[in-house]
Design a protein around this ligand. Structure first.
Ligand SMILES: NC(=O)c1ccc[n+]([C@@H]2O[C@H](COP(=O)([O-])OP(=O)(O)OC[C@H]3O[C@@H](n4cnc5c(N)ncnc54)[C@H](O)[C@@H]3O)[C@@H](O)[C@H]2O)c1
Length: 338
């Protein structure tokens, strides 16, 4: 077995941050397997594209023959599985791709990983890990006074996206309990940071504000979510990969619950400071706050937050780092979305 980690979905937002952090901090090589959907962007990885410990391979996790050949040829000691369709709104308008990639793709990957793992010499089999990256959205939403999500919170997915992730979590769990595949699962809250596709709240707000466009906010803007800086998340995944107990699930949160309006307000404050001229244009093109409401998903005062890191210890920055995290975001180069 090689000192190689296979990462799926490494050209996306979290996967690319994970690879950049890994190459900077760990000795093992990385093979990045990605289909390059609309969400995959190899520019995210420009800093490591010719690094001797990094390689890219284009492929689809649904394709079992491709996976079989890849695993047999490359002999990874772990798989870190990020590849997914990840945008809730897209799942509402077109759930098929979510079932295809998140459910069927994860199933293909664990089946091929299982066959590969079973054929390994015993000493290598003991060290192999399959780490499945999932979301706290599988737990549904919380009332204002409910306790935070924990690893024992029952699954109550509310969107096609979260239902497809819940299904993949169950398949991964079952593969461990039925066949002993050494799996680890992480469920994290909302990530933010560099290289996020500008359909998600924070990059969308930054790009629209800089372009003088309205800032669309769902419902009444009072939805509460927990915000996790992507580099903290990647550090947590590395911790789980090296120290996690096989078969366990680990929640990863930022301990930073915010209303969407607070997020937009904080982004506006930062833009006032960092890009004052652009942001003045944004404000004058909309109403007095610069925020325009969008009623795509009517969900008033929904709380999908408060995730507890009950098992993982402290690899997070303090919650106060949220504003500093935003300072590290280079706005993506894509056109703003309205
Ligand atoms: N972004 C968040 O806030 C968040 C929160 C919780 C959990 N997650 C989970 O973390 C993981 C990564 O999320 P992200 O935000 O980086 O997603 P993303 O949409 O930015 O990236 C997904 C990547 O997967 C690739 N991909 C999609 N379908 C594929 C397929 N069939 N085969 C191979 N590659 C494929 C895409 O090309 C892309 O590079 C996902 O599993 C997601 O469910 C994300």
């Amino acid at each position: 077995m090689e000192d190689l980690i296979l990462v799926t979905g490494g050209a996306g937002f979290i996967g690319s941050n994970f690879i950049l952090q890994w190459i900077a901090s760990e000795p093992a090589r990385i093979l990045n397997l990605d289909k390059l959907t609309y969400a995959g962007n190899l520019n995210n990885l420009r800093a490591v594209e010719s690094h001797p410990r990094y390689r890219f391979e284009r492929g689809d996790i649904v394709d079992r023959e491709f996976l079989r050949n890849l695993l047999g040829r490359e002999q990874p000691r772990a798989i870190v599985h990020f590849a997914a369709e990840s945008h809730v709104d897209r799942s509402i308008h077109g759930p098929d791709d979510f079932v295809r990639t998140n459910v069927n793709g994860t199933f293909s990957l664990i089946e091929e990983a299982r066959a590969y793992w079973l054929a390994l010499p015993e000493v290598d089999r003991a060290g192999f890990r399959f780490l499945h990256v999932s979301t706290d959205e599988v737990y549904g939403s919380l009332g204002p006074n409910d306790p935070a999500f924990s690893e024992t919170t029952p699954y109550r997915p509310n969107s096609p996206y979260s239902a497809s992730k819940a299904a993949s979590d169950h398949l991964v769990r079952a593969c461990h309990h039925t066949y002993n595949l050494p799996v680890l699962t992480t469920n994290c809250s909302n990530n933010y940071g560099p290289h996020q596709f500008p359909e998600k709240l924070i990059p969308l707000m930054i790009l629209n504000a800089c372009a003088g466009k309205p800032l669309p906010v769902y419902g009444d803007g009072k939805n509460v979510r927990d915000w996790l800086y992507v580099e903290d998340h990647c550090r947590a995944i590395r911790t789980v990969l090296s120290q996690g107990r096989v078969g366990e699930t680990y929640n990863i949160g930022g301990r930073s619950e915010k209303r969407n309006l607070e997020i937009v307000g904080a982004v506006c404050d930062l833009l006032d400071e960092l890009r004052p001229n652009d942001w003045t244009r944004a404000k004058s093109s909309t109403n007095s706050t610069g925020v325009r409401w969008r009623h795509l998903r009517a969900a008033s005062a929904r709380r999908s937050a408060g995730i507890l890191n009950t098992k993982i210890g402290s690899v997070m920055s303090p919650a106060a780092a949220i504003a500093n995290g935003w300072r590290n975001i280079t706005p993506p180069s894509s056109e703003p979305v309205s």
